[in-house]
Design a protein around this ligand. Structure first.
Ligand SMILES: *Cc1c(COP(=O)(O)O)cnc(C)c1O
Length: 389
């Protein structure tokens, strides 16, 4: 049976060259980078090189990169680390209401610890107006956190405009750029951010490794205490093979980005066009133009996104409902809710996110099956029957 993967915003396969680069560090090159003999120097050199490549990828310097166990830890470190360091300055945080759970749940935790968080509304496209940020800032604000692009609908946020506002107010800006690395240009100076999270497995690197960029001079406390790794900002023996994999992915990403993004957005647009031509009562979720090149979130009225996903899976096609929410929960996506999408429309939403291995045939096969499945599910749907009468 065919196996078509259209869920790259959830995770990506390893790039073959990334795997090749990692293998020696699971075999002969096993030294602890903190040791001074040659076994350790070999792995130290490898992690140093990876640090440089990751820094180059986002226009930072190597000392500004802290390797973490992934995007979630980078987000936690940014939010908990900065608020802890600035505890005396104030206890107010500004964030969008459509952040990833790694940010959202951390902010909810901080609320329990006495912080006040302003969760800012977005428009119907999932776009945050920088003016909202400006208005939300108080004398107590210590941090602004707005994601670079949303994982569910792909909307790209105006980070550099928000960065300008943050700079003027003298407040740190963190952005979760997990979804933009490798898809659109990411440069910490252009974006005017002080902290930026990234994760290797979202751009063809390995799972369980990522990084937090921390602009020089930014005050931050560590989450993990122990050894002196990562300039004492993240204790624990380094995930050397993972870091090497992240470095390799960071080396490949800019080389492939322009061409891949163009190719993927063409395929994505073909997918959207064919869906619209063949299926009625559907609606695009996300910004029509300011959107990740690989992402298509679309609602099919009168049916459940979840049944759609399961039926697609039977045909070997992997896509997802907006968020990788716990299965069985009927809770609608917080992102679609914040965009003002009606709950019954949100329920019928699914997300296709394309990647470097997808071909035109995959799209055609997907649409062919989608048409058949949507038609069948709607025929069984009392809502649809009710509508027809
Ligand atoms: C996947 C993702 C994360 C979490 O990254 P992990 O490396 O899986 O912990 C955080 N933010 C966004 C926007 C993501 O898409």
């Amino acid at each position: 049976m065919k196996r078509i993967y259209l869920d790259h915003n959830a995770t990506t396969p390893l790039h073959p060259e990334v795997l090749e680069a990692m293998l020696p560090y699971y075999k002969e090159a096993f030294g602890n980078p903190s040791t001074i003999y040659s076994f350790g120097q070999e792995t130290r050199k490898a992690t140093d090189e990876a640090r440089e490549t990751v820094a180059n990828l986002i226009g930072a310097s190597p000392e500004e990169i802290i390797f973490t166990s992934g995007g979630t830890e980078a987000d936690n470190l940014a939010l908990k680390g900065v608020t802890a360091a600035l505890e005396k300055k104030g206890k107010h945080i500004v964030a969008s209401s459509i952040e990833h759970h790694a940010v959202l749940s951390t902010l909810k935790y901080l609320e329990k610890r006495g912080y006040k968080v302003s969760f800012l509304p977005v428009d119907e496209h999932g776009w945050l107006d920088p003016g909202e940020v400006e208005e939300a800032i108080t004398s107590q604000t210590v941090l602004i956190s707005v994601m670079h692009a949303n994982n569910e609908v792909g909307t790209i946020e105006p980070i550099s405009e928000i960065g300008e506002i943050a700079q003027k107010a003298g407040i740190y800006l963190h952005t979760d750029a997990v979804q933009t690395i490798g898809k659109i240009k990411v440069n910490v100076d252009d974006l005017k951010v002080d902290l930026l999270s990234l994760s290797a497995h979202k751009f063809y690197g390995p799972k369980g490794v990522g990084a937090l960029y921390v602009r020089k001079g930014t005050r931050i406390y560590p989450l993990l205490h122990g050894g002196y790794q990562e300039r004492r900002r993240r204790a624990g023996t380094e995930n050397v093979a993972g870091i090497v994999g992240l470095g390799k992915a960071a080396e490949i990403a800019p080389k492939e980005m322009v061409q891949q993004s163009r190719r993927e957005s063409n395929l994505r647009d073909r997918l959207e066009k064919m869906i619209r031509e063949n299926i009625n009562h559907c609606q695009l979720n996300g910004h029509p133009t300011q959107r990740l090149p690989n992402t298509l979130n679309i609602s099919f009225e009168f049916i459940e996104g979840e049944s759609l996903i399961l039926n697609l899976d039977l045909k070997g096609i992997a896509a997802s409902t907006g968020s990788a929410c716990t299965s069985g929960s009927l809770e609608s996506s917080h992102v679609l809710m914040a965009m003002g999408v009606a709950p019954e429309i949100a329920q019928g939403s699914i997300r296709f996110s394309l990647g470097r291995d997808n071909r035109k045939e995959d799209i055609d096969y997907t649409v062919e099956n989608l048409v058949e499945i949507v038609t069948r599910l709607r025929e069984m749907s009392p809502l649809f029957a009710g509508r027809k009468k």
